[in-house]
Design a protein around this ligand. Structure first.
Ligand code: URP
Ligand code: ZN
Ligand code: ZN
Length: 463
């Protein structure tokens, strides 16, 4: 047998199995064989020694915003810095959101994001964001035909022109069911949120509480009422629903109960909700941490971890939407003007591995499941992505389970001049990453290339 690359003697970990002292044979862009002693029986152009290391499928971050014009700024990590960081953090596929601005059609917004992704270093696809169902609903079929069967709606962001109300959400779910598509939902109750925000927007309160007003004006019910409502529309229409960036324990309970009733709803959380809480808003630089939904309480964090362990929460993503200190400074004391979002792509797998596996909250296989296999399954990319098996794309990350590094934004690929996890000790950064058979990280350094990443066309979902 002849392989292009053999990854030799590592512990190969998938969602289902842990295989010590196992070799992975790669031919071209695909995994050709997985087994013991491959390196002895076969020759290879290159042998990568993985002894003492974990060999996992490339991770998938299904929720990123790269190079995204937002709240008067543009998120600073793009398909260059974002994807370099992804590769160094074991991620070989990202899914971004093609967003319409003004009167853009869905097809125009998809074209715009395709253009941005020309610099991609790892593989990618998109969710298509609907901001005006009356216009965009007519285009949904053509978007599915272009290989994008996932749509997105926001219950907030009227100021960006993106808000969808219940009638649009209901009709979109009906259409998703007809087309074999899934709707992703930013679930927050805008009307009550706006009311509470307006009550607090006084010079006295802003001076007194500063960035803490971000958390004071977003009680837990702002998220969980919206999740409950979206679940209701999902249940009655039968359209597949996926709640993005779920941050509350009550939301987790609603999803668990709905799934037990057989409602076709899934939910992700993001790494930041698993390691940070709203105490950060008391810091002098607390405004940097503003994202929507905002960071919650430690009891939410623990319930989300339990949701990951029990299966209620299927994926962990990042909602990467990076802004520098200068970009965040636009707030000038008004928390409603902060460009919302956090960097995170490079530390997704390290957070889930360190806090989840080393923190004894989840098993090693569940870590691979929530970061690799399940994202691929839920986004209709499995088994092409998300596993190490013959026929799958040769997307592989190798890391030393014992090698912890202190997070320092200066050493990360992000263009951010700060980092929410600055100083945390994390294991799980890639020593070597392959994307479709090509080494793109070697000795922990990015050695890939802009333009190598490919658009991944996806099939509709089975209903
Ligand atoms: O604060 C966030 N999450 N910014 C990105 C946009 C969104 O709502 O996901
Ligand atoms: Zn959102
Ligand atoms: Zn987002």
């Amino acid at each position: 047998m002849q392989f292009d690359i053999i990854i030799k003697g590592g512990t190969v970990v998938t969602a289902a199995e842990t295989m010590p002292n196992t070799d992975v044979g790669i031919a071209g862009e695909k995994i050709a064989a997985v087994g013991t002693g491959l390196a002895k029986q076969a020759s290879a152009g290159r042998v990568i020694d993985a002894k003492g290391k974990y060999v996992i499928p490339g991770g998938m971050d299904v929720h990123v915003h790269l190079d995204m014009p937002f709240m008067g700024s543009c998120s600073c990590d793009d398909y260059d810095s974002g994807h370099r960081g992804a590769a160094k953090g074991c991620v070989t596929t990202t899914i971004d959101f093609a967003l319409p601005y003004g009167q853009d059609s869905l097809n125009q917004s998809l074209d715009n994001w395709m253009e941005r992704a020309k610099k991609a270093c790892v593989d990618y696809t998109f969710h298509s964001a609907i901001s005006d169902f009356k216009r965009h609903g007519k285009e949904m079929k053509s978007i599915v035909d272009r290989g994008v069967p996932t749509f997105k709606e926001f219950m907030i962001y009227a100021n960006m022109g993106w808000q969808s109300d219940d009638d649009a959400i209901f009709a979109t779910l009906e259409r998703c069911r007809e087309l074999g598509a899934m709707l992703l939902m930013h679930a927050e109750s805008s009307k009550v949120l706006d009311l509470i925000v307006e009550r607090h927007r006084t010079p006295e309160l802003m001076k007194k509480f500063k960035a803490r007003l971000h958390t004071m004006t977003r009680p837990h019910y702002i998220e969980y009422e919206a999740i409950q409502r979206a679940v209701t529309w999902c249940e009655v229409t039968g359209g597949k629903l996926y709640i993005v960036h779920m941050s509350t324990r009550q939301g987790t309970e609603i999803i668990k109960a709905a799934q037990e009733r057989g409602v076709p709803v899934l939910a992700e959380t993001c790494a930041q909700y698993l390691v940070l809480n709203d105490d950060v808003f008391k810091r002098p630089d607390g405004h940097l941490f503003a994202c929507q939904p905002q960071l919650k309480r430690p009891e939410d964090t623990e319930r989300l971890w339990k949701g990951i362990a029990e299966g209620t929460v299927c994926n962990v993503s990042t909602d990467t939407c990076s802004f520098t200190k200068a970009q965040k400074a636009i707030w000038n004391g008004d928390w409603n003007k902060i460009p919302m979002g956090l960097p995170g792509l490079e530390t997704l797998l390290p957070v889930v591995y360190t806090e989840g596996v080393l923190g004894k909250r989840i098993s090693l296989n569940r870590f691979v499941e929530v970061c690799c296999a399940s994202p691929a399954k839920t986004m209709n990319l499995y088994p092409r992505k998300g596993t190490i098996a013959p026929g799958s794309d040769a997307d592989v990350a190798i890391f030393d389970p014992k090698n912890k590094k202190k997070v320092d934004h200066k050493k990360l690929e992000t263009k951010c001049d700060w980092y929410p996890l600055q100083g945390m000790e994390l294991a799980g950064f890639a020593e070597c990453t392959l994307c479709r058979g090509r080494v793109i990280v070697e000795n922990s350094k990015f050695v890939g290339e802009n333009g190598y990443g490919k658009f991944l066309k996806r099939e509709p979902f089975d209903y």
